[in-house]
Every structure is written in structure tokens, then in C-alpha cells.
Design a protein around this ligand. Sequence first.
Ligand SMILES: [Zn+2]
Ligand SMILES: [Zn+2]
Length: 151
Amino acid sequence: MAYLCHNCEETFDEPKTDTQSVPYGMGNAAFEFYVCPYCNSDDYEEVTECKECGKVIDEDNNFSGLCAECVKENCNLPVTVFDFSVDIEPDAVSDFALKCLGAKGINEILRQYFQEISETDIDKFAKEQDEYIDEYIINIGEWLEAKENDA
Ligand SMILES: [Zn+2]
Ligand SMILES: [Zn+2]
């Protein structure tokens, strides 16, 4: 068990027990309270140590026993973050991909992917391609025409 004092920034294992005489009934009573052993402040909180780097972390900065730096350190590979985002929701995946790769990068990956699957899974790809062309036939026609005019 460790505690961090917000007043003097010291850490300690156990708070100091202090007694104060407070008015009670007709007389006074000894009132026991706990304070920082360094500065006697009661502005302290329970903290833990990061299980990786040993840094003292309070509740707000405790991420399953790790500090924020160690969480980042543990997923410094984009692949790790991508694996994680796959488990949350589809939007998070595309959001992550968009932030890391940009629209151009995503298009480049998809282009390579389509080239690959159109070679390995010709039937499936051809069927879906046909459906897509049916849906966007007007736009594709215009696009082809513009492309031809550009050439
Ligand atoms: Zn203190
Ligand atoms: Zn750490």
C-alpha cells in the first residue's frame, strides 16, 4: 500500500495517526485522524506503482496497473492498435486506418487487395463487381468517358 501527498508530493507507506482535542458534549474528546507523515496534510490519496516501470500512479492514471506511458510503450506498433480496434467496432477500425494511412493510403491498400482477390477468387469477385457496376452504371459511364477525353 502506498500513498501520495498532494500537498508536498511525497509518497509514504502508511499515513501518520494524529490526535486532536475537539469539543464534545460538555468537554473535549480526542479525535483521531490520519495525515501525511511529512507535512501533516490530509490531502493524500492511495496510489499504486506501475507494474512495468514502478512509477507512482494515482487512480486516474492507473490503466489496469500500468501508467499511460507504459500502455503506449506496449502498443507502439500500429498493428497492435489495429488488432485492438478490430475488437471494438467497425467505425473504430476505419477511423484508425484513416488517421494512420489517410484516404490515399487506404485506397492504395484496397487496390492491391482487389488485384489479389480478383486473381485468386475470380468468380466471387466477378459477381460482386457486376453488382457494383449495375448500381453505379451511370457514374461509371461518365467516369470512363471523362477518362477517355483526358487521354
Ligand atoms: Zn505531505
Ligand atoms: Zn509505467
